[in-house]
Design a protein around this ligand. Sequence first.
Ligand code: ADP
Ligand code: C5P
Ligand code: MG
Length: 213
Amino acid sequence: MSPAIGATFTDDSGRAEGGDLVTEKEVIVIFVLGGPGSGKGTQCGHIVQHFGFTHLSAGDLLRAEINSGSENGTMIQNMIKEGKIVPSEVTVKLLQRAMKESGNHKFLIDGFPRNEENRAAFEEVTKIVPEFILFFDCAEEEMERRLLSRNEGRVDDNIETIRKRFKVFLESSMKVVEYYESKGKVHKVDAGKPISDVFDAVKQIFSPFGEVN
Ligand code: ADP
Ligand code: C5P
Ligand code: MG
């Protein structure tokens, strides 16, 4: 049996439990939050290149689950079309599996937790406490412009669903940001600037990890 994701991971030798050859590494999780279109995925791509994290986008994992023909596919598809948040049980399982499969111990978890239920479920199941929260702050008009020109063929990048997503973001997701703000864990970045300027600010925040590239 592979170990549950808890505070540590074992190495990929397969000698997961009990063996004295196991190298335990501390699991580092950073939650990347921000409104739809604030640039989470774009910036995570750059962080991966420079700092050696594994990027796990909850939205991407849910879309992959739809495409895999899973029994939850139709439910997930309907929720995404409506901009609603998929039950945490589903999303946490996908994240846990992806973390185990990655072989890495440093993760950027993008677009999660989206509400208090997401946050509590992840904490309960994994016992992982995030290192910090990277929060991309961007005006709605700018996010709307970006989403309408994203052109990835997403069922939720239309003005009707975008408005619903903004509402969910303000009503549910910001509560999570506020929760972590009260714990002094939020690094807020002005995400309304050009991509390279945003990354300059992100780089400063990640500098304690040391650049790998
Ligand atoms: P999110 O993952 O937060 O929804 P994305 O990273 O997918 O956002 O970005 C949404 C769209 O905006 C993409 O087409 C991306 O290329 C573009 N984009 C991302 N960051 C910026 C930026 N700082 N300025 C202008 N366009 C951006
Ligand atoms: O982050 P992204 O924009 O890719 O998310 C797209 C959609 O996926 C969300 O609007 C929501 O319907 C679903 N989602 C979710 N729970 C998450 C992340 C995304 O239900 N934690
Ligand atoms: Mg994204």
